[in-house]
Design a binder for this molecule. Structure first.
Ligand code: SAM
Length: 176
């Protein structure tokens, strides 16, 4: 799916899509670098959209690992089915419905734009489902939701990625 289609979806559903353009390669790299992929058996992705992070995760994860991608938008979820990889399982439901224990979570959810009740539900469930030692990695365009993240996770690192439109902050978090 093209960047143009992504932009049109943003016009239709700005608060859910939360970005005008899919993430850049630099942002994908910054999001996925903190994970030790050799130790990941099950990884969850929140808000895959057109799949730029999804493809990056599949490239890095082990052949026997599993990726469960939670995408609430039916159009995006349908398009993700075109990624031919048996390790990928797409769920067309909200990320708050993650129902398996995971070694890592990669989240692109627009926490700023989502209703507060949804952000709380997603983060509290994520903290519950993340296995001990696992990382929760989240990007945001502002630091406004940092307090919210700290309520559920220990923020280990915050990295600024300039090469994205708009530039973004990557939060690397662990279970408290
Ligand atoms: C900023 S876009 C990120 C897309 C892609 N991961 C990227 O980095 O380019 C946010 C995505 O989160 C999805 N989304 C919004 N609320 C969600 C929720 N509660 N559960 C799962 N996905 C959600 C949107 O449909 C959209 O695809």
């Amino acid at each position: 799916m093209s960047a143009w289609r992504f932009f049109l979806r943003f016009i239709e559903k700005p608060s859910s899509v939360g970005a005008v353009k899919p993430s850049s390669r630099a942002l994908v790299r910054a999001m996925l670098a903190p994970i030790d992929w050799s130790r990941v058996g099950v990884v969850a992705e929140f808000g895959p959209g057109t799949g730029v992070m999804t493809r990056g995760i599949l490239k890095r994860m082990a052949p026997q690992a599993r990726l469960v991608a939670y995408e609430v938008d039916p159009l995006f979820a349908r398009k993700l089915l075109n990624i031919a990889d048996q390790r990928l399982h797409v769920r067309n439901v909200g990320a708050q419905q993650l129902d398996v224990g995971v070694d890592a979570i990669i989240s692109s959810l627009p926490l700023n734009a989502l209703p507060a009740s949804v952000s709380h539900a997603v983060l509290s469930n994520a903290a519950k489902r993340l296995k001990p030692g696992g990382l929760f990695v989240q990007f945001q365009y502002t630091t406004m939701q940092e307090r919210l993240l700290k309520r559920y996770f220990a923020v280990e690192k915050r990295r600024f990625v300039l090469w994205n439109l708009p530039p973004a902050f990557v939060y690397v978090c662990r279970k408290n």
